[in-house]
Design a protein around this ligand. Structure first.
Ligand code: FE2
Length: 256
């Protein structure tokens, strides 16, 4: 295992010396699986025009499939399968009217709390792919019994995808938790802008380490507004591009 990791790192360092191609885009990923494009239901797109602009930007960056993931967080964004589905219909209509050739589906980004535990027991969850469910939790405090929640999700037939693990401050002091999450069957999703330092130097350092140890499975834009689209576009013309181009993310399996 160690020689393989070493070789990958060597390749990565070498590739940073290469010139970034003028036509760099994200088409090799194919699909994005974390974003907030349904208007007016969370802290992402406010209007259908916002949705249209962000989805157009994704199309222009080479994406072919989007699985957008509104928050389900009972205190702030009390979304349901129905609010998400209704919003998705509007988004699909506007992209059709504007002849944007891209597939848009919807799942959710579930916030782990007591309400989530109730949902888990009472209704089917929205999935990214097969049984894979995107979850997040407090950035500041580890949820009580996190591993028990993960076990309950798995017992109910789901596989958790942990959204942006690099952003949870309490894991920074306890890096072994990342390996534990993997060992217990979770998938990890990198926020692409974490690599640029957009969320701060510490988060970038953790993301770099998780990448070097190949602990990530998916990457996602976590796009909330057009500024994120501009940053993602700029990233496709930087040395970070090669980090992604050489990493075996699973995103392309989501394309349809
Ligand atoms: Fe998100």
């Amino acid at each position: 295992m160690f020689p393989k990791l070493f070789n990958w790192k060597k390749q990565e360092e070498k590739s940073h010396d290469l010139p970034v191609p003028a036509n760099a885009d994200w088409s090799f990923l194919g699909a994005d699986m974390h974003s907030h494009f349904i208007p007016g239901i969370d802290d992402g797109a406010k209007t259908i025009d916002d949705s249209l602009h962000m989805i157009s930007a994704m199309k222009n960056m080479g994406y072919r499939t989007i699985i957008t993931t509104p928050h389900i967080m009972i205190d702030y964004y009390p979304n349901t399968r129905q609010t998400i589905q209704n919003g998705l219909v509007k988004v699909q209509q506007v992209i059709k009217e504007n002849n944007i050739d891209i597939t848009v589906r919807a799942a959710a980004e579930y916030y782990i709390d007591e309400y989530f535990m109730k949902l888990l027991e009472t209704e089917p969850l929205l999935t990214i792919y097969n049984n894979e469910v995107l979850v997040e939790f407090s950035m500041m405090y580890e949820p009580p019994m996190l591993f028990e929640v993960i076990f309950k999700m798995q017992a109910a037939g789901y596989r958790p995808i942990i959204a942006h693990p690099e952003r949870y401050l309490f894991f920074h002091r306890n890096f072994s938790k990342y390996q534990e999450l993997k060992d217990r069957g979770c998938l990890l999703q990198l926020n692409m802008l974490s690599i640029t330092g957009h969320y701060g130097k510490t988060i970038k350092a953790i993301a770099d380490e998780l990448l070097a140890k190949r602990l990530y499975d998916y990457c996602g834009s976590d796009m909330h507004h057009e500024k994120h689209a501009s940053l993602l576009k700029a990233m496709a013309g930087s040395k970070d591009y090669y980090t992604f181009a050489h990493y075996p993310f699973l995103n392309s399996k989501l394309c349809c």
